[in-house]
Design a protein around this ligand. Sequence first.
Ligand code: NAP
Ligand code: GCO
Length: 264
Amino acid sequence: MNSFSLKGKVALVTGAVHGIGFGIACALHEAGAKVAFNSLKQEEVDKAITAYQEAGVDAKGYVCDVTDETAVKAMVAQITTDIGAVDILVNNAGMIQRTPMLEMSPEDFRRVIDVNLNGPFIVSQAVLPAMVEKRQGKIINICSMMSELGRETVAGYAASKGGLKMLTKNIASEFGQYNIQCNGLGPGYIETPQTAPLREPQADGSRHPFDAFIVSKTPADRWGRVEDLTGPAVFLASPASDFVNGHILYVDGGILAYIGRQPK
Ligand code: NAP
Ligand code: GCO
């Protein structure tokens, strides 16, 4: 079981003030890692530090926009001073905009690509030199069902997550020789603030149509929970996955394997 230990490691989970990133950061801490996280606003970071403390996690929080390479370099240097060089990077920070493609402005499309694809590139570029020097490192990119599938209104998001899948494979290809593994974690549809609009009950109290639709497309017959992702994240962050590289581990309850439940 030692191969799942993260004792002595430093982990940075971007955007981890709630949702998937928060759950993964807590799990990495439970496995022994020291944890750092960032988000865009000081008040969000402060609130999250309290939430981590209530969860028994001594997390270090930083205000940093992952699309700002100067700020990212400064944050990574500060983390190194505060708790040590980053051994494990989880590129979790992300955004979504659900807009029909013909109504989406190029600026909005660019912003989604910037956060979801350029951000992971920029943060990975900031942590890789120390990983190369140590001849050891783990990068986990939070991909998506939209790394493989499209749907209406998420053109920017799907393009960004498809690109993130290939960035994952490219980092794996370029840095595997330095004992650095880069893999993707591909959640299915998970109950977080980001998907709350897809689960909101209708005005008449009935179930959101998308809620019913997604459950019908999931063999597990339910939405995913953040806890479903924490074990796979610890695996990808630990020595147990030292020969796993360039892989996208989908944690989707079987969505990608399934044509969908036929109407009764
Ligand atoms: P979330 O609740 O929206 O969390 C995303 C976090 O990233 C937020 O705290 C957000 O801060 C932060 N963020 C956004 N832009 C940033 C930037 N430029 N710099 C730094 N931080 C930034 O989403 P989630 O559901 O936990 O998802 C986390 C990751 O999993 C995302 O990459 C998402 O695409 C991916 N994912 C989610 C699902 C799902 O079903 N929920 C499934 C597959 C993949 P603000 O709150 O201030 O915007
Ligand atoms: C959507 C959802 C999805 C999830 C996730 C699925 O609007 O379709 O937000 O994109 O966030 O990425 O894996």
